[in-house]
Design a protein around this ligand. Structure first.
Ligand SMILES: [Zn+2]
Length: 430
């Protein structure tokens, strides 16, 4: 919490040089992209190093370097080799970990690409990647060294930069959250359409609080990655296309689940353009999408529900928010009842203090009866049963929220607070 009694100028004088120095002590103003393959099946998982790359700028935070804003389903820790000091941490979720809950994962071993952006170290560092299971226990990890002068670190982003255009620019890379909107399934001839769709994405996002009031903390760049074919692959209809990032519907055999497992291709298109968070727009009107925390959002650009869906998916990929909807009485393998989920907008009541207990009016019954009054449906904070795919034993903050249904006009107050905290973590130095 801020100390209100320190004058602003003094506070800045005390804090800023120390933090700035800390970044410069250990890092160059460049990015180390680490590509991994997460492999295995429901029983056993492993992490392998694929490739290291250097990108010409660092667009991420230069403060809170060794802190995590959210636990995530996995974590990366970078340590200075000489001192053992933790100099950077970040967290993530992955499509691989989602897949582990599928029936297919009980009978076949698969490998999934994952790429992460870390500040480029000045000296030798030790990087550890950990994957956690639904019980928040580490189930796979890899530790490897990075020598900054390693000749096999792939230098990317210095030539042949993908054409791009800023749609919203608030400030420099260091002070702002840099979001890249990438084209998928748009041919060269369709790029005007892509830029229009990217503008619509911007509008949708900044039409939602807290993005609206914190708009000046964001830079949004549209990146015109061309595809050979128009549209994206729909395996369920035997339609396969050649597109920029090889996305397809029917992920895990689910009709509406649109993702890509070619994660390196996403990052290769973006090399040389500063970015931290990724929204991929698919040139199709078939309904679908997906969003994975600190990985990417991928969504259909021409369905009538496009605007609420892209914001919902960004709630996952940027905000680490959980789905607030539920459709089955069966317990979810993702959210065991005796574990408090790390996602800020659902709870098993195991550690409700760490969630939105402070926002629930005294005397509110648990579970809270759903609201029917128009004004209260979206705003009346309580402890409503049914969230995280399960109708029983998991609770959400309001009757209806952007993270539950497309018809909701906004994020609920709890999701808004979680998003705001995250934006401040990334953009405020203290
Ligand atoms: Zn919510």
């Amino acid at each position: 919490m801020k100390n209100l009694f320190i004058p602003l100028a003094l506070s800045a004088a005390l804090c800023l040089p120390v933090q700035a120095q800390q970044f410069d002590d250990f890092f160059e103003n460049k990015t180390l992209r680490t590509d991994y393959i997460f492999t295995g099946d429901a029983h056993k998982q492993e992490v392998y190093l694929d490739e290291l790359s250097a990108l010409p700028q660092w667009a991420g935070r230069k403060h809170h370097l060794n802190e995590l804003p959210l636990a995530g389903n996995g974590e990366i820790t970078m340590k200075d080799k000489a001192s053992g000091q933790v100099i950077y941490r970040t967290s993530f979720s992955s499509l691989f970990q989602e897949w582990l809950g599928e029936e297919e994962a009980t009978r076949v071993k698969k490998g999934f690409e994952n790429s992460f952006l870390l500040p480029f170290p000045k000296k030798e560092v030790i990087v550890t990647v950990e994957l956690k299971n639904a019980h928040h226990q580490v189930c796979a990890s890899l530790t490897h060294e990075v020598r900054p002068n390693d000749i096999l670190i792939h230098q990317r982003g210095n030539a042949r930069i993908t054409p791009h255009r800023y749609l919203h620019q608030s400030g420099n890379l260091e002070d702002c959250i840099d979001v890249a909107i990438l084209a998928e399934g748009y041919t060269e001839a369709e790029m005007d359409l892509f830029y229009k769709d990217a503008e619509a994405t911007c509008e949708a996002l900044f039409n939602h609080e807290p993005f609206k009031k914190l708009k000046n903390r964001f830079n949004i760049v549209a990146v015109a990655s061309p595809s050979e074919d128009s549209g994206v692959s729909i395996p369920g209809q035997n339609e396969w296309k050649s597109t920029a990032v090889s996305s397809h519907f029917n992920t895990f055999y689910s009709d509406r689940y649109l993702t890509t497992s070619r994660v390196k291709s996403i990052h290769n298109w973006l090399a040389g353009i500063p970015y931290e968070h990724i929204i991929i727009l698919a040139n199709t009107d078939t309904y679908g999408g997906g969003g994975i925390y600190n990985s990417y959002t991928l969504t259909t650009a021409h369905h009538p529900m496009f605007k609420p869906v892209v914001v919902h998916e960004f709630g996952h990929s940027f905000g680490g928010l959980a789905d607030e909807y539920a459709y089955t009485d069966a317990p979810s393998p993702l959210y065991p009842y005796h574990i408090e989920p790390w996602e800020q907008n659902i709870t098993t009541l195991v550690d409700f203090e760490s969630k939105w207990k402070d926002m629930v009016p005294e005397g509110t019954p648990v579970p809270t009866p759903v609201k029917t009054d128009k004004d209260e449906i979206f705003t009346s904070v309580g402890v409503y049963e049914g969230a995280g795919y399960t109708l029983k034993g998991i609770y959400r903050p309001v009757t209806e929220c952007r993270m539950k249904i497309n018809e909701a006009p906004a994020f609920c107050p709890v999701c808004q607070r979680a998003l705001e905290r995250l934006i401040l973590f990334y953009t405020e130095k203290e």
